[in-house]
Design a binder for this molecule. Structure first.
Ligand code: PEP
Length: 252
């Protein structure tokens, strides 16, 4: 069986002024210095305003830093946007693309997400490509079909296990406190891996990490992270507290 090292990724979203954000990053860096590191990769994705100081705190530690989004171009007339090259320049190793909040708030289509992921990879970043069904789609029995189709449309052409992570985030579970059951999560993760196998081949599919996201908390993380096709978590609310994020990482 292929060993995939789990990834625990915090998505801070649009939260944190300097004092809170830096205290959070420092708290995690102190934990990493102070004792045995959890058996997983650790990543935080702060709001753009905090990436540089968080990267300075994380430098030299096992804490990686990522962007929550990036533009598909390297530079140019795109007011307010941030290019993946700029993220890399600040010390980022990852960029989340296609988070459901971006798909909803900014009308991002699969094609846009694919272009962003491709650009992130070209800048040397690992793209975390997010997909997931809405409650209406789940209730209509379309869960597997929707996730397959989003994966087909959003996966960058040059995706490899080294430059791509998939995040399955059922929209109805994000920020709602309603978490997927282990059976629901495993069913979709297995279907995503099968789809990856048909697109990239079995070897690549068996090495590519697939994260679960949606109300993952210290009290449900262990069960989800123990599932055969769940290779980590993308964590929103619980990533804003050192103790909660650390407890999830320790569940790996
Ligand atoms: C997320 O932002 O990707 C997320 C999963 O949020 P939460 O953990 O708060 O549901």
């Amino acid at each position: 069986m292929t060993m995939r090292r789990k990834l625990i990724a915090g998505n801070w979203k649009m939260n944190g002024l300097k004092a809170d954000g830096l205290a959070l990053a420092q708290g995690l860096a102190d934990k990493l210095k102070g004792g045995p590191a959890p058996a997983c990769d650790l990543l935080v994705c702060p709001p753009f305003t905090l990436i540089a100081p968080v990267a300075a705190i994380a430098a030299g530690s096992a804490l990686a830093v990522g962007g929550q989004d990036c533009h598909a171009k390297t530079s140019g007339a795109h007011t307010g946007d941030t290019s993946p090259v700029m993220l890399a320049d600040l010390g980022c190793a990852y960029a989340i693309v296609g988070h459901s909040e971006r798909r909803t708030d900014h009308a991002e289509t699969d094609a846009v997400v694919k272009a962003k992921g491709t650009a992130a990879q070209a800048a040397g970043l690992i793209a975390i490509v997010c997909i997931g069904e809405t409650l209406a789609q789940r209730d209509a029995g379309q869960t597997i079909e929707v996730n397959r189709s989003q994966l087909q449309g959003s996966l960058p052409d040059g995706a490899t296990p080294d430059n791509t992570v998939i995040a399955y985030e059922p929209v109805w579970a994000i920020g709602t406190g309603r978490v997927a059951t282990p059976a629901q999560a495993q069913e979709v993760h297995a279907a995503i891996r099968a789809e990856l196998a048909s697109k990239l081949g079995g070897e690549a599919a068996s090495r590519m990490r697939i994260l679960y996201g949606g109300s993952m908390k210290p009290d449900n993380a262990r069960e989800l992270l123990a599932l055969p096709d769940v290779d980590g978590g993308l964590i929103g609310g619980a990533s804003l507290k050192v103790a909660d994020f650390w407890a999830i990482a320790e569940s790996c």
